[in-house]
Design a protein around this ligand. Structure first.
Ligand SMILES: Cc1ncc(COP(=O)(O)O)c(C=O)c1O
Length: 399
């Protein structure tokens, strides 16, 4: 279940050797990787632009970038945006710039790429402190003790393991009150969750315009980072920020000058994905929500705990005995289900388990198969029972 070579795909079915499995490890939440309209849009862009611009952005950016940035800022309701190839590159280059020699407060469950970037910030003179996961009180306590004049708070939006979002209103309020900048990585929320509205077809909200809009917050003291490589199935990432910060980052963030650009096919699929999102996105999200609900209902029925309280399409199922993980992986593989295994020491022992990611491209038959296999898994292995909830923020802050 790790480092697999996928020989072939057929929709969300994948073939590894002679074994076909239903894929529940993909982050292509909206199924844009397989959308006929998006696929058909690519050749025309390749005819016009070739396969790859190969200028660094400071040398020259195909107008496609500008088109995406404008549409993106409008979609997000942000003042401006800047595209770079990956979130990893953005974190590594932008966090040290924003941190300067001030204080960085990092959620203890922030994504590894944020941690790595905070190390670079520390090497440049910043002081890095962790706060308890999703715990605004702990953050506020640390900020109250901090004497620096430049403060940066780094955390995930929709968490890549629990599938839950932080209490953004509380964190935004704290950032403003302490004149800190809240730097959010919503890799998994963008495209899935969005602004709330009376006519929303599902609780994910409308338009998939990410966590800030989902919580009806403004971008005051907030920088939003996310990417197109999950919901939009394209290699590109963005930072939503003020026009002034965008201007500064063009020279201060090294990848704008020193890194290669996004492939033309990816810029094309972002633009086509934006069209599809506007036309059909809310219906796709309603379908994704319904499928995710079926998985959550199954876990509820078999009495298995999941940290997911949001209904978002990332569903982790922790095991009662972490030693079972290899056998559980084999069982799922043999029964045609492909998921992400979260093994110790990548996660603490009491969180070892499997992560299921639902996408709109999973067929009903695949969801039914997953539900059936989870039911049988629960008869052969001990899953953590409902009622053993661990509150967000309860984990150790050990190094
Ligand atoms: C929360 C989060 N941040 C960042 C990344 C890295 O994104 P990229 O591949 O664009 O560098 C991931 C990738 O899985 C992620 O889940």
């Amino acid at each position: 279940m790790t480092d697999a070579v996928i020989d072939e795909i057929d929709g969300r079915m994948i073939r590894i050797g002679d074994h076909w499995l239903a894929d529940f490890a993909s982050c292509n939440y909206l199924g844009f990787d397989l959308d006929r309209e998006i696929l058909a849009s690519v050749p025309e862009y390749l005819e016009r632009w070739g396969t790859h611009p190969s200028w660094s952005r400071l040398l020259g950016s195909p107008v496609l970038y500008e088109q995406i940035e404008e549409r993106l800022a409008e979609l997000l309701g942000a003042e401006d945006s800047l595209i770079l190839p990956t979130i990893t590159l953005i974190h590594g280059s932008v966090i040290p710039v924003l941190a300067r020699d001030g204080s960085v407060f990092i959620d203890s469950r922030a994504h590894k790429t944020i941690y790595d970037a905070s190390r670079l910030a520390a090497a440049n003179g910043a002081t890095v402190t962790r706060f308890r996961h999703s715990d605004p009180d702990d953050l506020e306590r640390l900020l109250a003790q901090d004497g620096s004049t430049n403060r940066l708070i780094c955390m995930d939006g929709v968490n890549s393991m629990t599938g839950n979002a932080p209490d953004l209103r509380a964190f935004a309020r704290i950032a403003r009150e302490h004149d800190a900048l809240l730097y959010l990585d919503d890799a998994h929320g963008f495209g899935v969750i969005g602004e709330r509205g009376e006519n929303e077809p599902c609780p994910y909200g409308l338009s998939g315009n990410s966590i800030v809009r989902h919580f009806d917050e403004s971008y005051d003291h907030i920088v939003l980072v996310s990417g197109f490589s999950k919901s939009y199935s394209s290699l590109a990432a963005f930072i939503a920020c003020s026009s002034n910060l965008r201007r500064i980052l063009k020279t201060a963030a090294p990848p704008y000058l020193y890194s290669g650009p996004c492939p033309v096919a990816s810029l094309a699929t972002v633009l086509a994905g934006m069209d599809v999102n506007a036309e059909r996105g809310d219906a796709i999200r309603a379908d994704l929500w319904r499928k995710t609900e079926q998985v959550l209902a199954c876990l509820n029925q078999i009495g298995a705990r999941t940290p997911n309280v949001s209904g978002f399409p990332i569903v982790e199922v922790p095991l009662a005995r972490h030693e079972d993980i290899d056998a559980v992986g084999r069982f799922l593989f043999e029964n045609g289900i492909y998921v992400t295994l979260a093994a110790y020491p990548l996660v603490p022992k009491d969180e070892v388990g499997v992560r299921i990611q639902v996408t709109a491209a999973n067929t009903q038959a695949e969801i039914d198969a997953l539900v059936d296999v989870l039911g049988r898994l629960a008869t052969q292995f001990e899953l953590q029972p409902i009622g053993q909830e661990k509150r967000d923020g309860q984990e150790e802050l050990a190094a």
